[in-house]
Design a protein around this ligand. Structure first.
Ligand code: DC
Length: 226
């Protein structure tokens, strides 16, 4: 790998574990760039759906990504994802897109197609990268690695709150079962499964609020960097 990975902080974990909010907070605190790798998988899923790819067929999905034109624009709060020059912020947050992303993420050809795009996000002075395989595959030499865990019930409640705040109404029980199904798919896949890197600090955020987890992560970073 060509990039200097000394200043990559990776945060892996299942959906709803708080990775996204924590990555944003840490990136701001450290003055680092941010990579939401889940957004890249969601954009790939959206592209595949728009190209009418057969999601059950790896080749069909990989072919649909041959012309994968995405970019992120820094907004006030979050970065805005564009697919073929269209702002797709709300579409990529739909549960149907998340499901499709989890389905196509099992394909080695898709993961390979998205690998360089993720690594290109590394820029000086550093990067906070969140996802499922940031510490294990995309940035294996990252200096600081976290793996965030939270119980499925807590994660369903968090995701429910997040979706409601975006004006998307969903049934919490259904959300919990969809989350569990996606977790299982993410964990059981043979390519880049959702597992903590052996050198990651595992944090259970079920009983902690965002401020408490942020504090814990920052003190770990300060310890490592000193
Ligand atoms: O974090 P998220 O919910 O936005 O991710 C959506 C899906 O993308 C998730 O179910 C699995 C996949 N994904 C992945 O396989 N590897 C990543 N690094 C990030 C996301």
């Amino acid at each position: 790998m060509t990039q200097n990975e000394s200043y990559v902080v990776t945060i892996d974990g299942p959906g709803g574990s708080g990775k996204g909010s924590l990555a944003l907070r840490l990136a701001r605190h450290l003055g680092f760039h941010l990579l939401d790798s889940g957004a890249i998988y969601r954009l790939a899923a959206l592209k595949a759906l728009r190209e009418d790819a057969d999601l059950n067929d790896e080749k069909s999905v990989v072919d649909s990504l041959s012309d994968f034109n995405i970019r992120f624009e820094e907004g006030d709060e979050l970065s805005i994802p564009y697919l073929d020059d269209e702002d797709v912020s709300s579409q990529i947050r739909l549960e149907s897109t998340a499901d499709a992303a989890s389905v196509i993420a099992v394909y080695p050809g898709v993961r390979l197609r998205l690998l360089d795009r993720q690594r290109q996000c590394f820029q000086s002075p550093g990067l906070v990268a969140d996802g499922r395989d940031m510490g294990t595959v995309v940035f294996p030499k990252a200096r600081i690695k976290f793996f965030l865990y939270a119980s499925p019930e807590v994660r369903a409640q968090r995701r429910h709150k997040q979706l409601i705040s975006m004006g998307i109404s969903v049934n919490i029980a259904q959300l919990e079962s969809e989350i569990s199904e996606r977790d299982q798919r993410d964990r059981d896949r043979s390519e880049s499964p959702l597992v903590p890197s052996s050198d990651a600090l595992v944090v259970d955020s079920s009983l902690l609020d965002l401020d408490q987890v942020t504090e814990l992560m920052i003190s770990h970073i300060e310890e490592v960097i000193q």
